[in-house]
Design a protein around this ligand. Structure first.
Ligand code: NAI
Length: 250
């Protein structure tokens, strides 16, 4: 394979990133733009989308909203090649602490949200020569993190769904992979920290969980997502790429 100008890696491609208004999703948006993609940020609050990015209001728990958002991307940007299913929320607690409503809410965003967005996108992805879906999973799918029973269940489902989706769509030329970040310093983590009795102690514990001794950066996750979504990863489907500072295996 001849060397590729990194700023042209995604030239001619259109990507939609859910949860693209903040945190990891926003870093993915920035990375894909830097690699030459035209990008839409689909978010309940798309106001954080940078200039030159199509911000689309979208709630992944609402099928009509998802269908309308994907239609908007295709109408405005002409096609859809890469979908990054990144929108996600957390919940802290053991199974004794969590209500049925907590379970419904988190699974609806983190799991069914991916199904809704992917279902809306697939008819367009099948038209692409470079179709890819990248799901944001988590180390919580594979490691027993304390007080994360619901979140872990949701991400375990994302991991399993990634493999199943990869199988369903490999014959249609659509690759499906996921990234499993360790703890990444975003607003998501700041909100989580605020729910602990001693946030500073928990912050230190979160950093120490990674063998590298610090939290992962959103940009480090974005780089991995950009790789998996790229045509250069054409032989990679049905995989989970850890970006976890060694938290899972070291
Ligand atoms: P964040 O809270 O900083 O950003 C999430 C974005 O998703 C926000 O812009 C929010 O408005 C949007 N969003 C939330 N619910 C939505 C919905 N129903 N429809 C559309 N958009 C919605 O979170 P962060 O940290 O960037 O997380 C992104 C993904 O990464 C999530 O799936 C999360 O589970 C996953 N993750 C995060 C880790 C972390 O330590 N921050 C670690 C591992 C995975």
């Amino acid at each position: 394979m001849s060397p590729v100008d990194p700023t042209r890696e995604y030239a001619g491609l259109v990507a939609a990133v859910t949860g693209g208004g903040a945190g990891i999703g926003l870093a993915v948006v920035v990375e894909l733009v830097a690699r030459g993609a035209r990008v839409a940020a689909l978010d309940v609050d798309p106001s954080g989308a940078p200039d030159g990015v199509l911000g689309v209001r979208c709630d992944v728990t609402d099928r009509a909203s998802v269908d309308a958002a994907i239609a908007t991307v295709v109408r405005e940007l002409g096609q859809l090649d890469v979908v990054v299913n990144n929108a996600g929320i957390s919940a802290v607690g053991s199974v004794e602490d969590l209500s049925d409503e907590d379970w419904r809410r988190v699974l609806d965003v983190n799991v069914v949200g991916i199904a809704r967005v992917s279902a809306a996108a697939l008819p367009h992805l099948r038209d692409s020569e470079a179709a890819a879906i990248v799901n944001t999973c988590s180390i919580a799918a594979q490691v027993g993190l304390p007080q994360r029973a619901l979140y872990a269940a949701s991400k375990g489902a994302v991991l399993a769904m990634t493999f199943a989706m990869a199988t369903d769509h490999v014959g249609e030329g659509v690759r499906v992979n996921c990234v499993c970040p360790g703890t990444v310093h975003t607003g998501f983590v700041d909100r989580l920290l605020a729910t602990f009795p001693d946030p500073e102690k928990e912050r230190a514990a979160m950093g120490a969980r990674q063998a590298i001794g610090r939290m992962v950066t959103p940009e480090e996750v974005a780089y991995a997502v950009a790789y998996l979504g790229s045509p250069r990863a054409g032989s990679t489907t049905g995989t989970a790429l850890d970006v976890d500072g060694g938290a899972t295996h070291l």
